[in-house]
Design a protein around this ligand. Structure first.
Ligand SMILES: Cc1ncc(COP(=O)(O)O)c(C=O)c1O
Length: 355
C-alpha cells in the first residue's frame, strides 16, 4: 500500500480548533415524541405547498434551477411590498448568514453580537477567521447600542426576536444602532412573524442594514431549507457574488413561493401559536417557573432549584423533547418550542409526573 507523507496537517488549524455547531436532536421518522426542541412550526405547511411541489415538471429537475430563485423573489416582492432586486434567496437562513459573513468580514475583522444569542454566529466567524466580540445584553434584555457601536467590529449580528431568549428589542433601538455603527448590521428576523414589529423598512432605508428571514419557522418549511435576505439592491448584488451559483433547488423555490403566497393560511398558524405561547407561559409560571416575555415561537424558562438539566432528561424519558443549553447564563433554563394545544397538554402532564 502506498503511504502519503504529510509534512503539515491536512485540515486548517482554525477548523481543527472549532467546535462545530450542534443542532437540536431530530428523532427518527415516525418516532412518537412531542417535539418542542428546535422551534419548528407544529402545523403542516399550507396545502398549496404540496400542490406546487407536485406541479413541478420533470424538466425542472433535469435543468439547473433559477440562480436567483426568480419565482420566489416575485412572490416575496408582491407579499412584502418590496422590490424583487432587494431580495436574495438562500438555502435556509443559515445559508444567508454564511453568505453575509463571507461578504462583510475579512479574516481578522471582528463580528460583534449581544450574548447570549444564536450559537451559529461564533461558528461562522471562526470559519471566516474573524474575531468575535460579545457584548452582554442591557438591563431587561435591552439593546446595548453604545457598547455594540463602539465594539470596533466590522459587522454586528442581532437576532430579533433573540434566540434562545425570545426577547425582542424595538425597531427604534435597531435604527439607533444602525445609525451609530459604521459597519454592516444584520438583523436576523428568523422569528419575527410571531412578533409585533419588524425591521424590513430599515433594510431599504439605511445602507448598512441587512434583514434575514427564514421559511423554516413561520411557514413550516424547516425540511425544505429556504431563507432570504432583504437589503438595498447594491448590497444584494454583492452578496449574490458570494453564494453558490444554484443555492436553492427547483423544488424548494416552488415550495417557498407557494408558502409565502398563502398568507391567510400562514397567519392563521401564527395566531394559534401566539395564543398557545400565552397559555404555555401562564402554565409554567403557575408551576413556579419564571418565563421571559417571548415574541418568538418558543419560551425560555428558568427551572427553580437549578434542576433544568435533570428536568430536560426526565422530559426526554417521558417522550417530550425540549432544548437545554449547558452554557453560561443558560444552564438553569429550558427553551421550549410552542406547539399545538395537545403538545402543551402533553408537556404539562409530563411535568406533573416529574416535579
Ligand atoms: C436566530 C436564528 N436564526 C436562523 C436560524 C436558522 O434558520 P434556517 O432554518 O432558515 O437555517 C435559526 C434556527 O434555529 C435561528 O434560531
Amino acid at each position: 500500500m502506498l503511504s502519503v507523507r504529510m509534512s503539515r496537517p491536512l485540515v486548517r488549524s482554525s477548523i481543527r480548533a472549532l467546535d462545530g455547531y450542534v443542532p437540536g436532536e431530530q428523532p427518527r421518522a415516525g418516532a412518537r415524541v412531542v417535539k418542542l426542541n428546535t422551534n419548528e412550526n407544529p402545523y403542516p405547511p399550507s396545502p398549496r405547498v404540496m400542490e406546487a411541489v407536485r406541479a413541478v415538471p420533470p424538466h425542472a429537475l433535469q435543468r439547473y434551477p433559477q440562480p436567483m430563485a426568480d419565482e420566489f423573489r416575485a412572490a416575496a416582492s408582491r407579499i412584502l411590498g418590496i422590490p424583487g432586486d432587494a431580495i436574495l434567496a438562500g438555502n435556509g437562513s443559515d445559508d444567508i448568514l454564511t453568505i453575509a459573513t463571507r461578504t462583510f468580514l475579512d479574516p481578522g475583522d471582528a463580528l460583534a453580537y449581544p450574548a447570549p444569542t444564536y450559537s451559529l454566529y461564533p461558528v461562522l466567524a471562526r470559519l471566516q477567521d474573524a474575531r468575535i466580540v460579545t457584548v452582554p445584553w442591557g438591563k431587561g434584555w435591552s439593546l446595548p447600542v453604545e457598547a455594540l457601536a463602539a465594539s470596533g467590529a466590522r459587522a454586528i449580528y442581532l437576532a430579533n426576536p433573540n434566540a434562545p431568549t425570545g426577547t425582542k428589542v424595538p425597531a427604534s433601538a435597531v435604527e439607533a444602532l444602525a445609525r451609530a455603527f459604521d459597519g454592516a448590521l444584520l438583523v436576523d428576523e428568523a422569528y419575527v412573524d410571531f412578533a409585533d414589529e419588524h425591521c424590513l423598512d430599515l433594510a431599504l432605508r439605511l445602507p448598512n442594514v441587512v434583514v434575514s428571514r427564514t421559511m423554516s419557522k413561520s411557514y413550516a418549511l424547516a425540511g425544505v431549507r429556504f431563507g432570504f435576505a432583504v437589503s438595498r439592491p447594491e448590497t444584494i448584488r454583492e452578496m449574490a457574488k458570494v453564494k453558490d451559483s444554484y443555492n436553492c433547488d427547483a423544488l424548494s423555490i416552488a415550495a417557498a413561493a407557494a408558502a409565502i403566497s398563502d398568507q391567510d393560511y400562514a397567519r392563521s398558524t401564527w395566531a394559534k401559536i401566539r395564543a398557545q405561547r400565552s397559555r404555555l407561559t401562564s402554565a409554567l409560571e403557575a408551576l413556579g417557573w419564571s418565563v421571559l416575555p417571548s415574541q418568538a415561537n418558543f419560551v425560555l424558562a428558568t427551572v427553580p432549584g437549578n434542576r433544568a438539566g435533570a428536568v430536560h432528561s426526565a422530559l426526554k424519558a417521558a417522550g417530550v423533547l425540549v432544548r437545554y443549553f449547558d452554557a453560561p447564563g443558560l444552564a438553569d433554563k429550558l427553551r421550549i418550542t410552542v406547539g399545538t394545544p395537545e403538545d402543551t397538554d402533553a408537556l404539562l402532564a409530563a411535568l406533573g409526573t416529574i416535579q
